[in-house]
Design a protein around this ligand. Sequence first.
Ligand SMILES: [Zn+2]
Length: 239
Amino acid sequence: MAVSEYNDLPTSEQTRACVVCGQRFPRAELRPWISVRPQVSALIAVDLPAWSDGDDICVGDLAIYRRRHVEALLAAERGELSSLDHEVLQSLEAGALITLSPDAVDEGMTFGERMSDRVASFGGSWTFILSFLAVLIIWMALNVSALLFRSFDPYPFILLNLVLSCVAALQAPIIMMSQRRQESKDRLRAENDYRVNLKAELEIRLLHDKIDHQLSHQWQRLAELHEIQIELLEERGRR
Ligand SMILES: [Zn+2]
């Protein structure tokens, strides 16, 4: 159908059938054969041998074929696809964003995990070292001088020793807990980066395909428009 014929139709008749699912759609939701990339077109032709110029496909079906095309591309290059790859393909098909915000990793932490993070970060600060040092010095000074009261832990500070070993015994597992959480956070971040990179790579490749395709068909389109214009001019000339 030439361009001029489309525009002459009343709005209600500007729906056309999608050759894949057979449903009728307004023109804005259909893509003509000529605008479908050759690689994707070949995939559609496998299912529908009659697929050719003048046919239309709805946006939804086109997205499915486009996904199959990208899937085949990936599979040909990398063999088996991981679950991460499938997530990326799904988001490509849906046209959705895949990036997780870095804060999303912190969501779903239990109270214990948050506490261990906080204790570990306090335990690794100068505030902790200096205040702990102050406590030690005050404890020793009080017990050596016995100024205020009878010394409750005389030299060599056996009670202090016990307190210190208790603190050390508790601190070690808390630090390990926090480290494990850090590791799983890092893993999630790395997976997120991988997904984003893969999606960006695929989108860029699809854009490349699209631009190549557009360029190669532009001339054809221009020639068609040119012909229509000449026809119009000739009609006007005859009048
Ligand atoms: Zn359809």
